[in-house]
Design a protein around this ligand. Structure first.
Ligand code: 5GP
Ligand code: ZN
Length: 114
């Protein structure tokens, strides 16, 4: 998608602080971290949101979650864990319309659902 910020990051047109990359997935630190550890795991394939997921993409989402927990461990969160977040569309607070998983950790987070 030509006007998608995350597609531009994937293409190397916008710089990012990468923490992982393979053929299908890229992970980079969030530009506005809300905790000491805050990175995003993003599929290279442009999918608008989880609400647009096709059944054929389910292995990809599994790999995104698997990589997210691997990177979280690398970033020092193995013992204490953290939060995996997937915002979807307007009511979910999604601001970038390219599927992504947030990982937030490095501090104890409060429990707040809305
Ligand atoms: P959303 O609200 O869509 O779930 O989260 C989008 C996230 O992308 C936000 O936390 C925001 O800070 C991050 N973000 C937006 N633009 C950029 C950018 O250009 N680079 C990086 N690294 N993160 C970005
Ligand atoms: Zn995109």
């Amino acid at each position: 998608m030509s006007d998608c910020i995350f597609c531009k990051i994937i293409a190397g047109e916008i710089p990012s602080k990468k923490c992982y990359e393979d053929d299908e997935i890229i992970a980079f630190h969030d530009i506005h971290p809300v905790a000491p550890v805050h990175f995003l795991v993003v599929p290279k394939k442009h999918i608008n949101s989880l609400m647009e997921l096709e059944e054929a993409d389910t292995p990809l989402v599994g790999r995104m979650l698997f990589k997210a927990q691997e990177i979280a461990k690398e970033q020092g969160c193995a013992e204490k864990g953290g939060r995996f977040i997937l915002n979807a569309k307007k009511d979910g607070g999604q601001t970038i319309d390219h599927l992504h998983v947030h990982f937030i950790g490095g501090k104890t987070l409060g429990f707040k659902m809305c």
